[in-house]
Every structure is written in C-alpha cells, then in structure tokens.
Write a protein that binds this ligand. Structure first.
Ligand code: NDP
Length: 296
C-alpha cells in the first residue's frame, strides 16, 4: 500500500489553525492526495519533534507561533529571505535535515497584487515592529516605494529596524506623534492590537485620497482597524486572510512544484463570516475625519 505524502503545521496553540483546511483545498484542486496535520508542539520539544518528523518521514512543515524564530537555528540551511525576516515559516525536507524558508513576504506581495494595490513611487506606513512587521520590510522595499515609514508603540524598535534595512531602500522611523500631518497611500497594520480590540493610537488624516488600508489581522481582530480605516475614508480596506492563503500557496508550490489558485480557497474561508468583518471592502472616497481611535 502506498503511503500518502505527509505535511504538517506546528505551533502552540494550534487548534485554531486554518492551514489544514487551506492545504487540503489546494491538494483537492490539484488532484493531489496528501495528508496535512496540525501538531501542537511545546517550545521545549521543538528540536526533538523536528528530528522525529524528519524520520517519519514528513516532506514539509509549516511553522507558526511561537516557533518561527527558534526554528531557524534548527535548520540545515535557511533562505536569504528567511534570514532577512529573522523567521522561518516553511520547512522542506532534505536528505539530512530541513531547509528553512519564509513565504510570508511573498504571500503579502501576492495579496497586494490581487487587490490591485501598487507600491512603486507610493508612500507607505507600516504600523508595528514585531515579527510580522519585520518580515514585510524587505518585500515592501523591493517594490520601490517612495518612502516606507515604520511606527510602533515602543518607539525604539522602528529606529533599530530602519537602521538595519536602510541599505534596501528609503525606510524612516516615526513615532506615532510625529506622524501628525503626514499622508500615506497605503497604511499597513502589522500590530496585534486588534486581538485586544484596539488599534495603535494614531493622529487622523493619515490616509491620502484614494489610499488603502491593509490589516494583517483577520476575523474579529480586524474589526477595530477596519472601523478606523473606514472613518479615514480608505478606498480599499483589506484583512490578512488573503495573505494567509497566499503564503500557504507559496509553501505548497515549494513542496509540490505548482502554485495553487488562492481565490476559491479564500471564498470558502470567508463563507462562515460573510456577514462579519472579515471581507475586503472597496468604498468610494469619503471626506477624511480627523479622529483618534484606539488605545495603547
Ligand atoms: P508580535 O507579538 O511579534 O508583535 C506585536 C506588535 O503589535 C508589536 O509591534 C506591538 O508593539 C504591537 N502592539 C500590540 N498591542 C498593541 C496595542 N494595543 N497598541 C499598539 N501596538 C500594539 O506579533 P506578530 O508581529 O507576529 O503579529 C502581528 C499581527 O500580524 C498579529 O495580529 C498576527 O495575527 C498577524 N499576522 C498575520 C499573518 C497573515 O498571514 N495574515 C502572518 C503573521 C502575522 P510593542 O512593540 O510596542 O509591544
């Protein structure tokens, strides 16, 4: 009896992960038969688990919180983009270990393309300076925006990130307060504030006319930023579900050699929440309100 090709996502907690649904849908669409499991792995068990999964043998592993940084040190090799991001989200089996890569940045850019959001010559504001924000900086700069401003509740982190990434393009650190009077074509929320029902404390009138607001969060965590962006008159408001599916498509392509279509999977993921706040909205330009919402 032939064995199914085996894949998994590891994290802790992991029960909420949409990756098994997404990869099963990709496999069905490709007419592929494979198994994809969600495995709860405690940080202390990470190294041993990777050895076991290699021995079983699994062909590929997705990695989510809290292991994205730690796993880099356990790989046989890591890609340049994973090195830059300081995080690994995809492992591909080699004969003697795991090759680490990071598909988040490529997934993010693919989602901007899907939404028709251009970066070249534009002004972009990146909110947050955690793992996700850091992983987006090199991909964003590769599209040659006029300026990439980075702002965070803890103002020291953007200083460090701007210093590190300045060889790649025009990146400038900004405190939230110093943003007053600025105007951006695209504002990206890469904070986890939405999970606490909040958004960063920002001055109003930050979005240029026709500007877009992109939130890495999705589901109910997207609601606060979506509400803020709507009041700011954003022409496009997007959540991070598209990025989630697109980074999975990039991982699937690394493992299986063909890139799946994200659209049908995105539609089926949104089905249960169509009445909620998880959609991408396009709205006609509205007057911008100089409001402040959010809490630090
Ligand atoms: P981290 O914990 O590494 O970073 C959290 C960031 O959010 C920090 O910059 C932190 O600021 C900021 N923050 C947290 N709470 C607040 C608040 N109340 N007000 C202002 N800023 C706040 O998280 P990640 O970078 O890994 O993830 C960030 C978000 O991106 C999460 O919602 C995650 O789910 C989402 N994500 C989505 C992906 C997708 O595919 N769609 C992929 C990866 C992440 P400070 O430094 O001051 O603490």
């Amino acid at each position: 009896m032939s064995q199914l090709d085996r894949y998994a996502v590891i994290g802790q907690p992991i029960a909420h992960s949409k990756s098994p649904f997404i990869h099963a849908a990709f496999a069905r669409a490709a007419g592929d038969k494979l198994s994809y499991e969600a495995l709860e792995v405690m940080p202390a068990a990470l190294a041993e688990t990777l050895k076991q999964l290699h021995a079983e043998p699994y062909l590929g592993i997705n990695v989510t919180l809290p292991h994205k940084t730690a796993v880099a040190g356990l790989c046989e090799s890591i890609s340049e983009r994973a090195e830059r991001a300081g995080a690994v989200n995809t492992l591909t089996r080699t004969d003697s270990g795991w090759a680490g890569d990071n598909t988040d940045g490529a997934g993010f850019l693919a989602d901007l393309d899907r939404l028709g959001i251009a970066l070249e010559g534009k002004t972009v504001l990146l909110l947050g300076a955690g793992g996700a924000a850091r992983g987006l900086i090199a991909p964003l700069l590769s599209r040659q925006p006029k300026e990439l401003a980075i702002s965070n509740r803890n103002p020291w982190k953007p200083e460090e990130l701007a210093e590190r990434f300045k060889p790649l393009g025009n990146i400038v650190p900004r405190t939230h307060l110093a943003l007053k009077g600025d105007s951006y074509d695209l504002i990206i929320n890469a904070t986890s504030a939405g999970h606490a029902g909040a958004i960063p404390r920002l001055p109003g009138q930050l979005l240029a006319a026709g500007g877009a607001a992109y939130d890495l969060s999705y589901g109910s965590a997207h609601a606060p930023f979506a509400a803020w962006a709507k009041l700011q008159g954003a022409a496009v408001i997007a959540d991070g579900l598209g990025m989630l599916v697109a980074q999975a498509a990039e991982a699937f392509a690394l493992w299986r050699g063909s890139k799946p279509d994200v659209d049908p999977v995105l539609v089926s993921l949104r089905e249960p929440e169509l009445a909620g706040c998880g959609e991408t909205h396009r709205q006609p330009p509205k007057p911008v309100h100089p409001n402040r919402i959010g809490q630090d």
